[in-house]
Design a protein around this ligand. Sequence first.
Ligand code: G3P
Ligand code: CA
Length: 330
Amino acid sequence: HGGGPGYRSLPVPTVIAHRGASGYRPEHTLGSYQLALDMGAHVIEQDLVPTKDGHLVCRHENDISGTTDVASRPEFASRRTTRSVDGTGATGWFTEDFTLAELKTLRAKERIPASRGHNTLYDGRWAIPTFEEVLRWADEEGRRRGRPVWLHVETKHPTYFRSIGLGLEEPLAKLLRRYGRHRRNSPVFLQSFEPSSIQRLAKLVDTPRVVLLAGAITRPWDFAQAGDPRTVGDLVTPEGLKWIASFAQGIGPTLDLVVPKDASGKLGTPTTLVRDAHAEGLILHPYTMRNENSFLPADFRRGTDPHAYGDAFGAFTVYFEQGIDGIFTD
Ligand code: G3P
Ligand code: CA
């Protein structure tokens, strides 16, 4: 299949720690990455956004209002603004308005304290990591453990950032080269929701593991900007998968694209996506397995204890039965 050189050293299904062990520590902190590794995750995920001075930092989105203490910092009050990164506006504080030195004065905190109250114990403990710090950490941990620490790196809102002169792919490729993760057998996956970002990355580095993410309802923002009418639904047909396989080695679909659920949360008949993608040589890394994705929507509102996965995780076996290659999990 499409895993490429080095891929076979990874167990399948591969456990990809989504934003680190984000069910247990504030996401995208060195603490959440370290715990994920200690818990036995095979691959650690990073989402990347840029600072004003072009450094890549690990955040799920450029809006840092909910995952740092920026709102309580009077010196940054005037930076609050409105941005549109994908056609929908949001008001808050954004990484592209901060230099790295300024961002480093902030402290990470839990995104969803209502359902992950225990994570708030760690609020304020860690700074926002740069991707370079993560590469250094992964190298050190790899040496210590005698085996490489695999990373799964996502470019966030690449078309928007390119439009404001902060292209993500070139600095990412530069860092991958600097830390020797640009080769065909390097322990790294690269991922994006935007095909143009994947295609750009594939030209800049030799890693044979680029993964196109596929949200169940989203239209890739680079498509929208270019007037291309296709949606993700159009991309995961046998014909669309053939096109994806012309530039990527894997897809990252939502779980719903593998086994749909009805409005009440009841599982339906599995789709043919796993079979169709494998027929094109594409590996599948669906997202996201966490107890807030429980098949009882009330669980999310109620705020369940992430240590008590119980039936919610038992229900995920249905996805493994379909033959997925890996899973993003909190
Ligand atoms: O990268 C896989 C998955 O993380 C995509 O969703 O929104 O959590 O980045 P998101
Ligand atoms: Ca991600």
